[in-house]
Design a protein around this ligand. Structure first.
Ligand SMILES: [Zn+2]
Length: 307
């Protein structure tokens, strides 16, 4: 059984003037529903504003929740913040947090949204409103649920927002492997950044990932991994620049799962980037990632934890 977190608000109509293609999250839900009893569903609570304010500027949180984000910020985000989009933005970080709680018990859980790694303290950016990864990580350590969190980001774009929002914390470590020439032009500093040249293929990518992530985990000894499993390193991705095949993406998830298993680490995954006209094909890549991770990491006998 694979634990999956989904909220109905993840699936929304595209707001007017959106440059982002909506509809991916509904397709991911449908593909996972087709798996029947293999998937166990959890619906997250909307996140309390205070949890968002632990990471984001309270004025920006209020702008989003009251659907009055100014135009300079909505341009940076890529779509306007309607009431519906604001509702979704509260559901997604709650989903990543509850996925982490489920992963601590079951070894693995996936959020069917999230991975909003470009969102910064005072504004969203790059199709990201609130940074669910940073929000969940900060909440987990401040609740005392875990001592140390590693945020592993394999989206083709650097996890600049996550790095900036967690900078200077000894209890949250960030790792980003990305196409160096891709967005964002100005990179933040993660605990470890692995910037790849354009066109890296499966073999080159997997070699770099293993050579850098294994020592990163051994050095920093996290209690849990939050994993941004963007599928935009795929060769035909519209915003990619790398050249991974579908087999390469599966090998990536297998490697991530094996590195986690070898260290006894629970892992909660989010989706992330994946761009192009064929929304169903992109959703299938996300679902394949969830199932590949879940089949390896889900424990048969759940651990007992005190939440
Ligand atoms: Zn991306």
């Amino acid at each position: 059984m694979i634990h999956v977190v989904h909220h109905p608000a993840y699936v929304t109509e595209a707001p007017a003037r959106s440059t982002y293609r909506w509809g991916k999250n509904g397709a991911i839900r449908d593909l996972l529903c087709a798996r029947g009893d293999a998937v166990v569903w959890t619906e997250p609570e909307l996140i309390p504003p205070g949890w968002l304010e632990a990471v984001h500027d309270p004025d920006y949180v209020a702008e989003v929740l009251e659907a009055r984000v100014p135009p300079d910020k909505t341009r940076r985000i890529g779509f306007p913040i309607t009431e519906q989009v604001a509702h979704r933005a509260r559901a997604v970080p709650g989903g990543t947090w509850v996925a982490a709680m489920l992963a601590l018990k079951h070894g693995f859980a996936a959020n069917t949204a999230g991975g909003s790694h470009h969102a910064l303290a005072t504004t969203g950016a790059g199709y990201c409103v609130f940074n669910d990864l940073a929000v969940a990580a900060v909440r987990l350590v401040e609740q005392g649920v875990v001592g140390r969190v590693a945020i592993i980001d394999c989206d083709v774009h650097q996890g600049d927002g996550t790095a900036a929002l967690t900078a200077g914390r000894a209890d949250i470590m960030t790792y980003s492997i990305h196409a160096e020439k891709n967005f964002p032009a100005r990179k933040a500093r993660s605990t470890l950044d692995v910037g790849l040249p354009d066109g890296v293929d499966d073999a080159g990518y997997l070699a770099q990932l293993e050579a850098t992530l294994a020592p990163f985990l051994d050095e920093h000894r996290p209690d849990i991994i939050l994993y941004q499993a963007g599928v935009d390193p795929f060769v035909d991705d519209r915003l990619g620049r790398l050249a991974l095949t579908q087999a390469g993406l599966i090998a990536r998830e297998t490697l991530i799962a094996n590195l986690s298993l070898a260290r006894g680490l629970p892992l909660a995954s989010t989706v992330g980037g994946g761009y192009g006209d064929d929304v169903l094909a992109i959703a299938e890549r996300h679902v394949t990632a969830i199932l590949t991770l879940g089949e390896k990491l889900s424990r048969r006998n759940p651990a007992t934890i005190e939440a």
